[in-house]
Ligand binder design. Structure first.
Ligand code: FPP
Length: 277
């Protein structure tokens, strides 16, 4: 794919550079999405409060984003706060996550500028506290003209509610046009998703070992390669992103077709087999 911005490989750590050297730069994913999980367990294993796990998690967000920007990854989309987190976590934890998000944006803005990172959001962000929305808009505006990695934070996000929002917006458009339902295409639905402006993820990483999608980017991950690591998010670094990309590059993507190594289909042999069965 096409690396965005300027490559800054010389800024990788020596360990990261060693993994990067094994990659095929022309086959970098265009879009990596991450389900950041395990903050609570990271804290629990150290007999610390969950809040401290989230705080370390925010540090990982920054370090991974900077590595992504150095290798020219165009799109990085992080699941930072789900609709379910908002509804089901204790208020004190939700309030802490909101304060953390505000302070994260404020204290990392300069680093985002230095790394040419553009910040955007997906989700029902209009339901977040107004002071959080203000800080989010401030960070998005300040970084809007950056041309490197686009860091998208999924906030108050749910995959099913994104589809509901997309269908509502498509229905509104159809009323205006008007258009018959039979003419609806996948492209029409894509145009109404929060992610309409970006390619679907090539690679989805989930930390802390859980084999779940957790309502993340449900439409978009139809053909995405999935990489699950036992590592907890607060321990996840740029080098682990590079290792996941190396694993991704060893896979064969088939999009429902036949792979390069699947050989010719011997139609005559298949016909005989079917006839004999
Ligand atoms: C899961 O940990 C993680 C989240 C609730 C969302 C991710 C949040 C962060 C990385 C913190 C801040 C982010 C930004 C952008 C400032 P968990 O609490 O579910 O962990 P557990 O499953 O081990 O309990």
């Amino acid at each position: 794919m096409y690396p965005s911005g300027t490559l800054r490989i010389d800024e990788l750590t020596p360990e990261e550079r060693a993994v990067y050297a094994t990659l095929k730069p022309e086959r970098l994913p265009a879009h990596v999405a991450i389900i950041m999980d395990g903050n609570g367990r990271w804290a629990g294993r150290r007999s610390l409060k969950r809040f401290l796990g989230h705080q370390q998690g925010a540090r990982s967000v920054q370090l991974v984003t900077e590595t992504a920007s150095r290798i020219g990854l165009p799109w990085l989309t992080l699941y930072a706060f789900s609709l379910e987190n908002n509804l089901r976590r204790p208020r004190a934890e939700v309030n802490f996550l909101m304060r953390l998000l505000k302070s994260y944006l404020e204290s990392n803005l300069q680093r985002m500028m230095d790394n040419n990172v553009r910040i955007r959001y997906i989700g029902r962000t209009h339901e977040l506290p107004i002071e959080v929305q203000d800080k989010m808009a401030w960070a998005a505006d300040a970084t809007a003209r950056n041309t490197g990695t686009t860091l998208t934070l999924a906030l108050n996000y749910g995959g099913r509610s994104e589809l509901v929002d997309a269908f509502r917006s498509l229905a509104a458009e159809m009323k205006l046009k008007p258009m018959s339902p039979i003419r609806i295409t996948e492209e029409d639905i894509h145009r109404h998703l929060y992610t309409a402006h970006m390619p679907d993820p090539d690679l989805l990483i989930r930390t802390s070992g859980e084999m779940r999608i957790s309502n993340y980017l449900l439409w978009q991950i139809a053909y995405t390669e999935i990489f699950v690591t036992e590592r907890l998010w607060p321990d996840f670094r740029g080098i682990h992103l590079l290792e996941a990309i190396a694993d991704f590059q060893r896979r064969e993507r088939r999009y429902g077709g036949l792979g390069e190594c699947s050989g010719e289909v011997d139609e005559e042999a298949e016909r005989i087999k079917i006839a004999a069965s």
